[in-house]
Every structure is written in structure tokens, then in C-alpha cells.
Design a protein around this ligand. Structure first.
Ligand SMILES: [Zn+2]
Ligand SMILES: [Zn+2]
Length: 300
């Protein structure tokens, strides 16, 4: 029924094979056979021969195994897309999967996966990365999740980045929680996610762990709910009655205010007043807004 296929970029395959080969018992035979290919006179024929040769060794060395295994764990990926294109990432930060939806319905959807060649040599870490990334893609492909590629929120600039960051943290929390329950991620992932969550949701104060558990330990979250909570966590989580103080900048209720706003550096106060001329440190500022201004370079 499905004509799903995995395509690897030629240079990624070649680089991974060349990296894994040194010191292996097959290395001599590999080098000898590879050297022979240089004897082919026609450049196109030679390129094709190298491509086939490295592809065969890639298979033989089991380098395609983590990808095959993780694709098989989420059948929706091969059922609902036509192709997984694996290309070379230049940095660790670039590594990850994306879903591409062609405007031409006949061309359908495909997965773009960026990996560094060295990652193909670390199967345990690679399995972890692929499982996390592929669950993002599986959510996008599941109609009930209701994914939308554009974040439809009125916030702009720094505030928008803040909502995007909280959304990412919420989604990652639900993903890693599911992976731990499936036995596909170690228990210690929980602590790392909780730290991320605490950084993104300081306004939850003493309620933080309780609400973290709601995302980490429960299933069936939807895109729209995550967006809602990312925009106004206190209201989305029903904490409004418990929190009686609103930040004069973002106007959102918060448990967590900057402890000594009058001690903020004058340069920071001037930056805030450039946006909010009527604001004075004595009016207070929530921790998250203060942090936003502290890290302006990051959020500008
Ligand atoms: Zn993620
Ligand atoms: Zn604020």
C-alpha cells in the first residue's frame, strides 16, 4: 500500500562509512575494493560506483539500523508520508526532523532528517534523538493533535518568542513523558524536562511540579491546548484565583516577581521605559519580563 522510501544523501553515507572503518577487520578489503573504483575512466560512472559501494557498506555495517528501527516503531510515519530524506547536518544544533507538506497533493508529505555523520556512529544516542524527533512528526501527522505549522497568536517580537519557547517546552514535555512510559527513554529525562519547564514557567511558583506532571504524565494533549497554556499559563491552568498580582508589563498574573525591582541596573530600567514610558521599578515586574530584558540580545 505504501511506497515509502528512505533516501540518504551520498556524502553523508560516504563520510559515515569512512569514519567507522578505521581499525575494523574488514578495513583492508574495503580499501582495496575502493581503490579499484578510481580506475573507472568515466567520471559519472565512477561517481555512481562510489555511491553504490558506500551504500552497500553502510548497510553491511548496520549504520541504517537506528533509523529503520525507529521508523518501524511509529508506523504512521511511513503510512502518512512518502519519503524520509536524510541529509548532512553541519552542527549538532541543526540535527532534527521536519515535516514537509507539498502544495501539490500528489507529491504528498515527506520527512526531512538532518544528522551529522558522527551521530550515525553513536547508535544509542541516535536512537534517543530519532525517537524524540519522530514523535514530534507523528503528532503532526495525527489529526486529533490538530497541529498547525504557524503559531496563530497576537503576540509580537519578544513576547512572541516567549510564547514559542513555552510552546516548545510544553510539547517536549509531553513527548518525553510518553517516551518514558513506552520504555523508549530513561527515567532521568524527567528531571531534565522539569528543569526546562521551571525555566519557562516561573510564574507557576509552588504549583510548578503539579502542572509539569499534567504534561509529562498524561497523554492526549492537543496543539491548541499547548498554545493556550503557552500564552497565558496561569489562566490556562486555572490558577487565576490563587494569583492576585498581575505584571504591569505583560499584564499576565504571576507567582513570581522580581524580588528587588528598584535594584535593577539603570540601563535595564531605561530599556524597559523605552517600551513602557509610564513604568517605574516600584510598580514591580514579573521575573519572566525582567529576564526577557536581561537577555535582550537573545530575544531582540
Ligand atoms: Zn523536541
Ligand atoms: Zn511580565
Amino acid at each position: 500500500m505504501s511506497n515509502f522510501r528512505v533516501d540518504y544523501e551520498t556524502r553523508l553515507v560516504e563520510e559515515a562509512v569512512l569514519r567507522v572503518m578505521p581499525g575494523r577487520p574488514e578495513e583492508g578489503a574495503f580499501r582495496q575494493a575502493r581503490d579499484h573504483l578510481y580506475e573507472l575512466g568515466d567520471p559519472d560512472e565512477r561517481d555512481q560506483a562510489f555511491c553504490t559501494f558506500h551504500g552497500q557498506w553502510f548497510q553491511r555495517l548496520g549504520l541504517c539500523q537506528p533509523l529503520e528501527e525507529t521508523l518501524a516503531e511509529r508506523p504512521i510515519l511511513s503510512q502518512e508520508t512518502q519519503r524520509c530524506a536524510v541529509v548532512r547536518a553541519r552542527s549538532k544544533k541543526e540535527e532534527g526532523a521536519e515535516l514537509f507538506v507539498s502544495p501539490d497533493p500528489a507529491a504528498g508529505r515527506s520527512i526531512g532528517l538532518q544528522l551529522r555523520p558522527e551521530s550515525l556512529l553513536e547508535p544509542v544516542q541516535l536512537l534517543g534523538l530519532l525517537r524524540h524527533e519522530f514523535l514530534h512528526i507523528a503528532d503532526m501527522l495525527t489529526p486529533e493533535f490538530g497541529y498547525e505549522p504557524e503559531l496563530h497568536v497576537p503576540e509580537e517580537g519578544m513576547a512572541r518568542r516567549l510564547v514559542q519557547d513555552r510552546y516548545r517546552v510544553l510539547w517536549d514535555t509531553t513527548i518525553d513523558g510518553r517516551l518514558v512510559r513506552e520504555g523508549h527513554a530513561p527515567e532521568r529525562v524527567r528531571l531534565r524536562r522539569l528543569q526546562d519547564f521551571a525555566r519557562a514557567f516561573p510564574m507557576l511558583g509552588p504549583e510548578l511540579e503539579h502542572h509539569f506532571a499534567r504534561y509529562f504524565d498524561q497523554a492526549n494533549h492537543r496543539h491548541a491546548q499547548l498554545v493556550c497554556c503557552a500564552r497565558d499559563p496561569v489562566q490556562a491552568l486555572g490558577l487565576e484565583d490563587a494569583v492576585d498580582r498581575h505584571c504591569p508589563l505583560c499584564t499576565f498574573p504571576s507567582y513570581n516577581f522580581e524580588p528587588d525591582p528598584e535594584d535593577l541596573p539603570p540601563v535595564l530600567v531605561r530599556q524597559i521605559q523605552a517600551h513602557f514610558p509610564a513604568w517605574h521599578p516600584a510598580h514591580g515586574i514579573c521575573r519572566q519580563c525582567a529576564d526577557l530584558y536581561r537577555s535582550r540580545k537573545e530575544y531582540a
